[in-house]
Design a protein. Structure first.
Length: 319
C-alpha cells in the first residue's frame, strides 16, 4: 500500500544522482583528466536480469545499489501478478514461469475491483482539490504576513498521529449519520493533507519576490486578484508537488477507510484486504491489485517528475 512512496523516492533519487554525477564530471574536467573506463570487464550476471549497475566498479556506489534494492521489490511484484500462487512461493520459478492472466480476471470479475477504484478516485480527487483550495491561500497569508504562531499550530496538528483522531471522528460521524459516506472519508483526509500542503507551500511563497505583488498593486489589482493572477501561476511546481503528495496519501490510506467506509464506499486499500481470508492468502490477487494501485501513481510521477523535484527543492536555498 505504500509502494507509490517508493516510486516517488525512485524519481527523486534518479534526479539526485544525475545532478551529482554531472557536477562531479564538470569538476573532474576542470582539475584532472577523466579516467579511462575498463573495457575488458565483462558482466557475469544472468542474461535475463543483468545487474550491470552492481557489476561495473565505476558505477557501483552506495546510491545506485540502494536504487537497485528499491526497484527489485516492485519488479518482483509485477512478475508475481502474472504467476499462480504455487509459482509465487517457488523461488526456482522467479523468472522461469508461464504467465497467466487469471489474477487480473479474478480481481476485476470476482472481486469487482472497478468500484473501489472509482471510490478511491472520488475521495482522493475531492480531498486533494479541497485541500488546495483551502491550503494555498493559508500558506500565502502565512508566508507574507509572517504568521509564525499560526504555522506552528498547523505543524502541531500535522505531528499529532492521525490514529488519535479516529475514535472522535467515528463517534462524531456516527451521531451525524455520516459514517460510511464519501463525506466522512473526505473530511478525514482533508484534515491530514491540508497541513501537508500548507507546509510545502509556505517556503515556496517565501522565495517569490514581493516586487511582483507591489507592481500589481500599483496597476490597481486587489490582494485577491494578485494572488489569483500572479502568485498562483508562479507557484505551479509547488502546487503540483503538494497536490500529488496529498493525492498519494488519500490513495494509499487504509486506517480511515477501515473504520469509516461501508460496502458502497470501499476504497482500494480495503479491497486488497479482501484477498486475505482465515485459512488462505491469494498472493496472486494481492500482487495484481498492488500493480493496479501503483500504476496510476507511477504514471503521474513519471510525467510530472520535473515539477515534483522543482517543488520539493524550492525554498531550500535562500539569498
Amino acid at each position: 500500500m505504500y509502494l507509490p512512496y517508493s516510486c516517488l523516492f525512485i524519481l527523486l533519487l534518479i534526479h539526485f544522482f544525475q545532478c551529482s554525477n554531472s557536477d562531479s564530471l564538470h569538476s573532474s574536467h576542470a582539475i584532472l583528466p577523466r579516467p579511462k573506463r575498463n573495457r575488458k570487464f565483462r558482466c557475469r550476471c544472468s542474461p535475463f536480469f543483468c545487474t550491470s549497475l552492481l557489476c561495473y566498479p565505476d558505477r557501483s556506489d552506495t546510491g545506485i545499489r540502494g536504487l537497485f534494492f528499491v526497484l527489485f521489490p516492485m519488479f518482483w511484484m509485477f512478475l508475481a501478478s502474472f504467476k499462480t500462487n504455487a509459482d509465487i512461493l517457488n523461488m526456482s520459478k522467479l523468472f522461469n514461469f508461464t504467465p497467466t492472466m487469471k489474477n487480473f480476471e479474478n480481481v476485476f470479475v470476482n472481486y469487482d475491483f472497478a468500484k473501489p477504484i472509482i471510490n478511491s478516485l472520488i475521495v482522493s480527487l475531492v480531498s486533494t482539490v479541497l485541500s488546495l483550495i483551502l491550503g494555498l491561500p493559508a500558506a500565502y497569508s502565512i508566508a507574507r504576513e509572517k504568521q509564525h504562531l499560526f504555522s506552528g499550530i498547523i505543524l502541531m496538528i500535522r505531528i499529532v498521529p492521525a490514529v488519535s483522531f479516529l475514535v472522535p471522528w467515528y463517534i462524531l460521524f456516527t451521531n451525524l449519520h455520516l459514517s460510511g459516506t464519501y463525506l466522512s472519508l473526505i473530511i478525514c483526509h482533508l484534515i491530514v493533507s491540508l497541513p501537508l500542503i500548507v507546509w510545502i507551500m509556505i517556503p515556496y511563497y517565501e522565495t517569490l519576490p514581493q516586487e511582483l505583488e507591489q507592481s500589481a498593486y500599483i496597476d490597481g489589482a486587489s490582494r485577491f486578484g494578485t494572488f489569483i493572477r500572479i502568485m498562483l501561476p508562479l507557484s505551479t511546481p509547488g502546487i503540483l508537488t503538494s497536490g500529488i503528495l496529498a493525492f498519494i496519501f488519500s490513495w494509499n490510506n487504509f486506517m480511515f477507510a477501515l473504520v469509516l467506509c461501508s460496502n458502497d464506499t470501499t476504497t482500494l486499500p480495503i479491497a486488497i484486504y479482501q484477498f486475505i481470508s482465515y485459512s488462505n492468502v491469494d498472493w496472486g490477487g494481492i500482487m495484481c491489485a498492488s500493480v493496479v494501485i501503483t500504476l496510476p501513481i507511477i504514471i503521474i510521477s513519471f510525467f510530472l517528475q520535473r515539477y515534483i523535484i522543482t517543488g520539493l527543492t524550492a525554498g531550500a536555498v535562500k539569498g
